[in-house]
Design a protein around this ligand. Structure first.
Ligand SMILES: CC(C)(COP(=O)(O)OP(=O)(O)OC[C@H]1O[C@@H](n2cnc3c(N)ncnc32)[C@H](O)[C@@H]1OP(=O)(O)O)[C@@H](O)C(=O)NCCC(=O)NCCS
Length: 187
């Protein structure tokens, strides 16, 4: 355990998948743009995130650029475990409160890799990494109707702390958000 460091080291984060495969979180490259577009156009991504409709390569390129220069967000690409070097998803870490060493996760799994435990493994891996770098509290918020996202948080060992009422406004609709968190002392 070390003191809290922000920005975090942006090196690859590597671990194991439950099926024995290798899980790799890596820096984005231009070749990820196509995968970002496919993910960004997927119906559940559109339903549960603030992505624009008809998500384009230009939107994806702007997203990568803005993440590169953001003072309070970091992005890793989840490498496709079946096809190393290809896009398998995104993992964002957002700084919530520096003095409280608190960050929040955001994530997407590429549609062709969903439902096989990938994001649960990613969240477990990055949470361990974050605690190694002095993070005290990691949060996840999800729409209660986003069952897969809530299951990811619980499956990765997060505790459900409550419901934030109308904490999000997406395309003119107010949504409650379930709040999940893990503390470094919970491990
Ligand atoms: C949410 C998301 C990242 C989950 O990724 P994933 O790699 O498929 O997740 P996992 O395979 O680790 O599944 C986790 C759990 O969700 C369940 N699950 C997966 N898809 C589901 C679905 N469509 N409906 C209900 N449960 C689902 C799995 O069965 C698993 O449950 P378990 O732990 O009880 O076995 C993915 O569905 C996604 O990218 N959605 C669109 C973007 C999004 O909603 N991001 C989160 C915003 S808060």
């Amino acid at each position: 355990m070390t003191g809290f460091v922000w920005p975090l080291p942006s090196a690859d984060v590597v671990g194991d998948l439950p099926d024995g495969g290798t899980l790799r979180l890596r820096a984005p490259v231009d070749a990820d743009l196509d995968g970002l577009v496919v993910s960004g156009r997927d119906a559940s991504s559109l339903r549960f995130t603030a992505l624009p409709e008809n998500y384009s390569r230009a939107d994806a390129a702007l997203f990568l650029r803005s993440m590169r220069h953001s003072p309070d967000m970091m992005l890793w690409i989840v490498d496709d475990p079946d096809n190393p070097g290809h896009f398998g998803g995104t993992l964002e870490v957002r700084l919530v409160n520096r003095p409280a060493a608190t960050v929040e996760l955001g994530y997407t799994t590429a549609p062709h890799l969903r439902g096989r435990g990938l994001m649960t493994a990613v969240v477990r891996l990055i949470t361990e990494f974050l605690f190694d770098y002095g993070v005290h509290r990691v949060q996840i918020t999800a729409n209660p109707e986003n069952v897969a996202s809530c299951r990811v948080a619980l499956g990765a060992g997060y505790r459900h702390e409550g419901t934030l009422r109308e904490a999000e406004c997406l395309r003119g609709v107010w949504n409650d958000l379930e709040l999940f968190a893990q503390l470094d002392g919970d491990l």
